[in-house]
Design a protein around this ligand. Structure first.
Ligand code: FES
Length: 144
């Protein structure tokens, strides 16, 4: 086995640092083309609350799986979407003033009725979940 000289050691360290630097530069590019998909679906429906507790044009955030989900009462009925932005997985919020879901990270906007992208960089609509009312109580998800 040969001894490693100081020059060899410096070369090895430089190669490691160069490889790490390339990784730091390449990771955002990979994340852009293969955006976040983080949602898990729980086995049981999640109780949101009583219907009268969610007035029209109001939203409530619940935990559905590991991530937050927004339940919105629209004039066309209840909707539930993953709050995880399909761009880089920031958490979107309901913006009542403009009537859209807004992502604070890169100005992505989503439609409240079907979750499609209105503007900004998100590549896909928000993930939607089934909503149902049972005896005056709102539930998100289906029994599997
Ligand atoms: S993470 Fe939402 S627009 Fe970029």
């Amino acid at each position: 086995m040969s001894d490693i000289t100081r020059r060899d050691f410096i070369k090895i360290v430089n190669r490691i640092l160069a490889g790490t630097g390339v990784g730091i530069l390449v990771a955002p590019v990979i994340a852009y083309f293969y955006p976040a998909s983080l949602q898990e679906t729980p086995a049981e429906p999640i109780r949101v609350g009583k219907v009268e507790e969610l007035p029209e044009n109001e939203a409530r955030v619940i935990k559905y799986g590991r991530y937050p989900t927004i339940v919105l009462n629209t004039p066309q009925g209840l909707r539930a979407y993953s709050a995880v932005c399909t761009h880089f997985a920031c958490i979107v919020k309901w913006n009542k003033e403009i009537g859209q879901f807004a992502c604070p990270c890169h100005a992505g906007f989503y439609d409240p009725l079907d979750g499609h992208v209105i503007s900004g960089p998100p590549p896909r609509p928000l993930t939607s979940f089934p909503v149902k009312i049972v005896e005056g109580v709102i539930y998100v998800g289906e029994k599997t």
